[in-house]
Design a protein around this ligand. Structure first.
Ligand SMILES: Nc1nc2c(ncn2[C@@H]2O[C@H](COP(=O)(O)OP(=O)(O)OP(=O)(O)O)[C@@H](O)[C@H]2O)c(=O)[nH]1
Length: 297
């Protein structure tokens, strides 16, 4: 039996950071991981976090729940058929409901092959404290991902004071009493803790508060291509001018005087720049609500 973990968490909370670190630990323990990854944006940036020797299936354009259980089944089946692996990690997009994603892997086809361990949710601790600023639909999805976790990471603790950290853990435990809660930075979770998850019985679909991409939830992604370069200041000024309903941006931005476009990441007001040693296409994905009306730099 192969262990299966579902990694959940809202956009930019730290799922990819967790995935990279868990893959490292699995390899150190001589366990071979395989990954199914979903990406709401159009560029498979995050797949760069997975080294080439790890079997990877990507589902671009949408999430496990929207693309249907059949597609996930087909991907798992092809992994089982073509690849040797011990552990399967399914990273759901930040816009998927974890229980719907979990449901997709509970296929009778795999009943004797897959041991579904459960949902690991990474929550951005600062976002938890500021959740009242989210639109109702997004808040509902953010809270659902937390409510259904078997293991819950209160991530980005480095951005909080000690008393805020204590408040987050206290509140999270009150909200999801069954989850084991771990305070983390960069999604670092010891492998032993993952392996010890005892997933409870299947969650009933009736227990799901609907919060998915649909008419009432205008979460979408937009791809921009840059023809000119900017100063970092110019670019960050534009970022600051964007509405709060832009949740996540990532991509490569051409910066004046710097050879290759820089890797740019944005999640909830926090900006991160990293130099890139290869020349990546100057593309940026923006994820948020009603982003088609945004003014682009
Ligand atoms: N300060 C701080 N930043 C973090 C931490 N964990 C992750 N980040 C940063 O947050 C951003 C998002 O992290 P990812 O691991 O890509 O998050 P994700 O959930 O995979 O994001 P999606 O691509 O939207 O699914 C990156 O810029 C990370 O470097 C943390 O513990 N502290």
């Amino acid at each position: 039996m192969k262990d299966v973990y579902l990694f959940s968490g809202f956009l930019g909370s730290g799922k990819t950071s967790m995935l990279t670190d868990v893959i490292r630990q699995l390899k150190e323990a001589n366990l071979k991981p395989a990954v199914i990854m979903n990406e709401l944006g159009k560029l498979p940036f995050d797949s760069q976090a997975v080294e080439e020797d790890v079997p990877l299936k990507e589902m671009l354009e949408g999430c496990i729940c929207c693309s249907g259980a059949e597609k996930t089944e087909a991907q798992i089946q092809s992994l089982l058929h073509d690849q040797e692996f011990d552990v399967l990690i399914i990273e759901t997009t930040g816009a998927a409901h974890p229980v719907e994603a979990l449901d997709a892997v509970y296929s009778p086809l795999f009943a004797d092959k897959l041991n579904i361990k459960g949902i690991v949710t990474v929550a951005d601790s600062r976002l938890w404290l500021n959740r009242s600023n989210l639109t109702p639909q997004v808040r509902s999805l953010f809270m659902e991902q937390i409510r259904h976790a078997h293991l819950l990471l209160a991530n980005k603790t480095d951005l909080l004071t000690e008393s805020e950290q204590a408040q987050v853990v206290y509140e999270l435990q009150g909200f999801n009493a069954k989850a084991f809660i771990l305070q983390t930075t960069n999604g670092r979770v010891p492998l032993k803790l993952l392996q010890n998850i005892q997933s409870t019985a299947r969650v009933s679909k009736d227990d799901i508060v609907t919060a998915r991409i649909g008419e009432s939830f205008n979460l979408g992604s937009r791809l921009i291509r840059f023809d000119t370069s900017f100063t970092q200041e110019q670019f960050e000024n534009w970022v600051r001018s964007l509405p709060d309903t832009v949740y996540r941006m990532k991509g490569y931005v051409p910066i004046e005087g710097i050879k290759n476009p820089m890797l740019f990441q944005y999640a909830y007001g926090m900006v991160q720049w990293l130099p890139e040693y290869i020349k990546m296409e100057p593309n940026l994905v923006i994820i948020g609500e009603n982003i088609n009306t945004l003014e682009i730099i």
